[in-house]
Design a protein around this ligand. Structure first.
Ligand code: NAP
Ligand code: GLV
Length: 328
C-alpha cells in the first residue's frame, strides 16, 4: 500500500505529479485545517506532509498519529511547533539556499520601487494624468545608490542583499545579527552595529530575520522613532516581526518616509488596512521567492526532504537534527 502524504497550499505541479507515482497524495488549499472533515480523515493516516505555511501545532499533531515528517516548501518555519514535533519524534525540514538570490532580488526590487515611487508613478501614467512634459518635484524620488543600508538579519538572504547593495549600488552597509560576521564585513565592506545605531544611521532599513519569539515585534514604536524622518523601511521577513499598528502610526505621523512590505501581520491582508491607502507604501503579496524557477527548485528540495524522511533516511535540510538522533 502506498504511504499517505498530505500536500498543502503549494507544491509545484511536476513535483506533485512525481510524488503521486509513489505515494497516495491528497492536495488541500484554502481549507480550515482544524475542521475540514476530509482533511482530518487523511491527516489521521498521513505519514508525511509537504507544503507551505500549514500551522503544525499540538492540536493538529493530535490528529496525526502516523506522521513521520513535515516538509516545508519555505525556508521560514515559524508555522511549526518544533518542541511539539520533537516530543513526538517527528522530523521537520525547510528549503534554505535555493531561494536566497530570488528573495534578495525581490527585496531589492521593493526597495528601489519604494525609493523611486515606481508603482505610484506607474498608476499616474496609466490613469492618463501625465499631461505635462516634465514631472513636478513633488513626484521626485530619493537616490538608492551611495546611501546607507541597514540590514537586520545578516543570514543567507541578508548577505545576498548586501552583495547587491555593495557591488551594484555602492551603498554603505550597516548590519545587525545575533553574531558578528567578519567574512561578510570583508566581502561587502559591511559594519556590524547594535540595533539602535543601525536604526538611527540608515537611509534604508531592511528586515530579513526569521520570525521567532525573540524577533516578534522587534520593530515597533520606539524603533520607528529612532529612524530618520527620511528613512525607508523594508520588511521581507514575516509580518509579525513588526508591530504593524506602530508602522501605520509612524507613516501617518511622517516619522519615516516610506515602507516597502512583502509581508503583513495578517495574510492575505484586509482590504481595509490603512497601509493600502498610503502612496508611500509599496506592497506585494508575500512573493519573495515566487518565480517559476525558484518555486520549482523549492518544491523539488522539499520533496527530497520528504522522501528521505518517509524512507527512514536523514533529510538534507532537517531543522532540528536532534530529532534524527532519536530516529537512529
Ligand atoms: P538565515 O540564513 O537563517 O538568516 C537569518 C538571520 O537572522 C541570521 O543572520 C540570524 O543571525 C538573524 N537573526 C535571527 N534572530 C535574530 C535576532 N533576534 N536579532 C537579530 N538577528 C537575528 O535565514 P534566511 O535564509 O536568510 O531567511 C531569513 C528569513 O527570511 C526566513 O526565516 C523567512 O522568515 C524570511 N523569508 C521571507 C521570504 C518572503 O517571501 N518574503 C522568503 C524567504 C525567506 P545569526 O546569523 O547571528 O544567527
Ligand atoms: C517564504 O516566505 C519562505 O520562508 O521561504
Amino acid at each position: 500500500m502506498k504511504k499517505k502524504v498530505i500536500a498543502y497550499n503549494r507544491v509545484e505541479k511536476p513535483v506533485l505529479e512525481d510524488l503521486q507515482k509513489r505515494y497516495d497524495v491528497e492536495f488541500f488549499k484554502n481549507i480550515d485545517t482544524k475542521k475540514d472533515p476530509v482533511f482530518l480523515k487523511h491527516l489521521s493516516q498521513a505519514e508525511g506532509i509537504i507544503g507551505l505555511e500549514l500551522v503544525v501545532d499540538r492540536e493538529l499533531l493530535d490528529q496525526a498519529p502516523n506522521l513521520k515528517i513535515v516538509s516545508n516548501v519555505s525556508v521560514g518555519y515559524n508555522n511549526l511547533n518544533l518542541d511539539e514535533l520533537k516530543r513526538r519524534n517527528i522530523m521537520a525540514t525547510n528549503t534554505p539556499g535555493v531561494l536566497t538570490d530570488t528573495v534578495a532580488d525581490t527585496v531589492f526590487g521593493i526597495l528601489i520601487a519604494t525609493a523611486r515611487r515606481i508603482p505610484e508613478l506607474d498608476q499616474f501614467v496609466k490613469n492618463g494624468e501625465w499631461t505635462s512634459e516634465a514631472v513636478e518635484p513633488d513626484q521626485f524620488g530619493t537616490n538608492v545608490h551611495h546611501k546607507k543600508l541597514g540590514i537586520i538579519g545578516m543570514g543567507r538572504i541578508g548577505q545576498a542583499i548586501a552583495k547587491r547593495a555593495h557591488f551594484g549600488f555602492d551603498m554603505d552597509i550597516l548590519y545587525h545579527s545575533r553574531t558578528q560576521k567578519p567574512s561578510v564585513e570583508e566581502k561587502f565592506a559591511a559594519t556590524y552595529c547594535e540595533l539602535n545605531e543601525l536604526l538611527s544611521e540608515s537611509d534604508f532599513i531592511c528586515l530579513i530575520t526569521p520570525l521567532t519569539p525573540e524577533t516578534e515585534g522587534l520593530i515597533g514604536k520606539r524603533e520607528f522613532q529612532l529612524m530618520k524622518k527620511s528613512a525607508i523601511f523594508i520588511n521581507g521577513s514575516r509580518g509579525k516581526t513588526v508591530v504593524e499598528q506602530d508602522l501605520i502610526d509612524a507613516l501617518k505621523a511622517g516619522a519615516i518616509a516610506g515602507a516597502g512590505l512583502d509581508v503583513f501581520e495578517k495574510e492575505p491582508i484586509d482590504p481595509g488596512n490603512p497601509l493600502l491607502k498610503m502612496k508611500n507604501v509599496v506592497s506585494t503579496p508575500h512573493i519573495g521567492s515566487s518565480t517559476h524557477e525558484t518555486e520549482l527548485e523549492m518544491s523539488k528540495l522539499a520533496a527530497i526532504n520528504l522522501e528521505a524522511g518517509l524512507n527512514g533516511e536523514k533529510p538534507p535540510n532537517l531543522i532540528d537534527s536532534s530529532v534524527w538522533e532519536m530516529h537512529k
